[in-house]
Design a binder for this molecule. Structure first.
Ligand SMILES: [Zn+2]
Ligand SMILES: [Zn+2]
Length: 267
């Protein structure tokens, strides 16, 4: 009898722990605490970030490069684009890449994929407000093809997720809420191998370094489609440019590049 009681008690406690864990995950994923610093916030469900964290981020709301979308010092296109025009048609980034946004993106990438929820929403809102042809994709029109920049299979397995894919899921959801027709595909573009460290390379070197590692696996999915390519950050724009080149090679009609944050124009 004693054994039966202990067994029942054990099952009951495990069940209760699962319920508590489930509730915690649900509440924390719905924004009762700041996604960045963990502080409690009370204006649910409109915010995922507390006021301090939100204010500390540098928004890309001034002059932007007409081509790649990074913050610029004057109107027109940025110096990076003047040196080598990226292959995507237009880039969009709601945040300027500085210490605070870098910290969020790095945490999303390395340990906290949940940050992709807020970043994805910010990207989607910015895109809706700044992409001139958005009406083309409303009911009865075209369907946007959402493609996250892929990781190699081994890297994704090691990390447990691909941050660009997590962003794309959030972007997809928010665009659909606004009546935009979207299809998210993670099987169209592939990354075949890891390239060398690119941090200190210029655009041309990066372009060469990454050119061979991306491959369009399902070419017919791209034919005559408008593609929204998603990545976590735009530095030189070489990754976006190379992926766009591959997608155009598979007959995509137009490739747009979306990232939560982009390096500002460098003097
Ligand atoms: Zn905060
Ligand atoms: Zn530019």
């Amino acid at each position: 009898m004693n054994i039966l009681v202990r067994l029942f008690y054990g099952v009951y406690m495990r069940f209760w722990e699962r319920i508590k864990q489930g509730c915690y995950e649900y509440l924390s994923s719905r924004g009762y605490t700041c996604d960045v610093c963990g502080r409690e916030i009370f204006d649910y469900p409109s915010n995922r970030l507390c006021d301090d964290c939100f204010v500390s981020l540098s928004k890309n709301d001034g002059k932007v490069c007409e081509k790649c979308g990074r913050q610029t010092l004057s109107s027109g296109i940025c110096l990076t684009c003047k040196r080598e025009l990226p292959k995507f048609r237009q880039g969009f980034s709601p945040l300027v890449y500085r210490a605070e946004s870098a910290s969020i993106v790095n945490r999303m990438k390395n340990c906290n994929p949940r940050l992709a929820l807020w970043l994805g929403e910010a990207v989607a809102e910015y895109f809706l407000a700044n992409y001139a042809d958005i009406e083309r994709f409303k009911e009865g029109g075209e369907t946007l093809l959402l493609i996250p920049v892929p990781l190699t299979k081994s890297k994704k397995k090691k990390r447990g997720y691909n941050q660009a894919e997590e962003l794309a899921k959030s972007i997809c959801k928010r665009l659909q809420e606004y009546g935009v027709q979207v299809e998210l595909r993670t099987d169209v573009l592939e990354r075949l191998r890891d390239g060398e460290e690119q941090k200190h390379m210029g655009f041309a070197d990066r372009h060469t370094a990454v050119a061979a590692v991306y491959h369009v696996h399902k070419r017919k999915e791209c034919r005559d489609r408008t593609v929204l390519l998603i990545d976590d950050i735009m530095t030189t724009g070489a990754t976006g440019s190379v992926c766009a080149e591959r997608l155009y090679g598979a007959n995509a009609k137009e490739v747009l590049f979306l990232t939560p944050t982009a390096l500002p124009e460098q003097k």
